[in-house]
Design a protein around this ligand. Structure first.
Ligand SMILES: Nc1ncnc2c1ncn2[C@@H]1O[C@H](COP(=O)(O)OP(=O)(O)O)[C@@H](O)[C@H]1O
Ligand SMILES: [Mg+2]
Length: 344
């Protein structure tokens, strides 16, 4: 007699799947050597104790003003920089020089400037074909040429572009070429560092639509790094807001955009132009991001924060999980109560 099938006890949690991409308590500083006055070494605190993760098919937007450490995160995520502290994992495997190529290719990179990303003297077909050759993804030269044409079509460009050089196409088209080159490696996620920053408004929209289509048809995950909140709003499923090297707030995109918690997120959102100008006028963020060489003590945002109290200059807030959100503000609860009162 066969024993009855055993079912797991109902309380057992399903084993957690490794995230596609994880940053686990990652810190990256840059040593600038001694200053002019030789008062000790100067260190840029570019990324401080950042933990982020990306699930398959998800779009995580990383937003914040210039100098907050977004590009450093991008370079860490795709292995262009190694973290001296903390760990980057792809599919649960620790990234680093010994990461198998097969795993490394699952996360690709698209940079802000397509001109510097492509060799001016080589054809577009050569650029897109390179990852195919590198990863041995095509059996023959003919198969590779065919795949290059397919990839061009996938990003909305005519296959004949394979024979052109970067100088022969527009900026928006060239950014599509770098997306096609990223796709050539058959990735599961792409890290996009300010992909629309160099493009005109209309061209930006076309690229955003392309990214939406590719996400839908290929199930791609994106880490979208941008200081343009309207782009993040279009694409993101989750958002992480960075200030001076640290995540100050993160959570589902919908929640962050409709009810920002952290005073810095509130300031950023208040600066976004709204479609109906009678409703609310955009307010420029006040002040400037302080130097990452000497970050302010306590909460790094306190010198610009309209809600700061004395304590904020002394104590650094930690990220606190509240439902699906995380926020690092010593005044979080008080501010929310005040907002609720004002709205109620
Ligand atoms: N290679 C480097 N050497 C020295 N400082 C750097 C280097 N790369 C970035 N930084 C500094 O690190 C901080 C974060 O830079 P970055 O990651 O480029 O920010 P963002 O992309 O948000 O503008 C800035 O203060 C920047 O000047
Ligand atoms: Mg940057």
């Amino acid at each position: 007699m066969t024993p009855p099938p055993t079912t797991p006890p109902p309380t057992a949690a399903p084993p957690e799947k490794p995230r596609l991409l994880e940053l686990d308590h990652v810190t990256r500083r840059f040593d600038l050597g001694k200053g002019l006055l030789r008062r000790g070494r100067r260190t840029v605190h570019a990324v401080e104790d950042v933990s982020l993760s990306l699930a398959p098919g998800e779009t995580l937007a990383i937003v914040g003003e210039s100098g907050c450490g977004k590009s450093t995160i991008a370079r860490l995520a795709v292995g262009l920089l190694d973290p001296p502290l903390g760990e980057v994992r792809i599919d649960g495997v620790r990234a680093g020089s010994r990461l198998p190529r097969e795993v490394r290719r699952t996360v690709q990179f698209v940079s802000q400037n397509p001109w510097s990303a492509l060799n001016r003297r080589k054809t577009i077909g050569h650029a897109i074909g390179q990852p195919l050759a590198l990863h041995g993804l095509c059996a023959s030269g003919a198969e590779r040429d065919e795949r290059v044409r397919e990839l061009l079509e996938q990003v909305g460009l005519p296959p004949e572009y394979a024979g052109r050089r970067p100088a022969g196409v527009s900026g928006g088209e060239l950014q599509r070429v770098t997306v096609a080159r990223a796709l050539a490696a058959s990735p599961r996620a792409i890290v996009l560092d300010e992909p629309t920053a160099s493009l005109d408004v209309g061209v930006k929209a076309t690229l955003v639509n392309l990214l939406l289509d590719l996400r839908e048809s290929l199930g791609l995950g994106y880490v979208l790094i941008t200081h343009e909140l309207d782009i993040a709003r279009h694409l993101a499923t989750r958002v992480a807001v960075m200030y001076l090297g640290r995540v100050v707030e993160s959570g589902p995109a919908e929640e962050i955009f409709t009810s920002p918690r952290h005073p810095y997120t509130r300031m950023l959102l208040a600066a976004v132009p709204v479609p109906d100008p009678t409703r609310r006028r955009p307010v420029s963020p006040s002040g400037e991001v302080p130097s990452a060489v000497n970050p302010p003590p306590g909460c790094a945002f306190h010198p610009r924060c309209p809600y700061a109290v004395d304590l904020c200059g002394r104590e650094r807030p930690v990220l606190v999980r509240i439902g699906g959100r995380r926020s690092a503000c010593l005044r979080d609860v008080e501010l929310l109560d005040a907002t609720a009162e004002a709205e109620g």
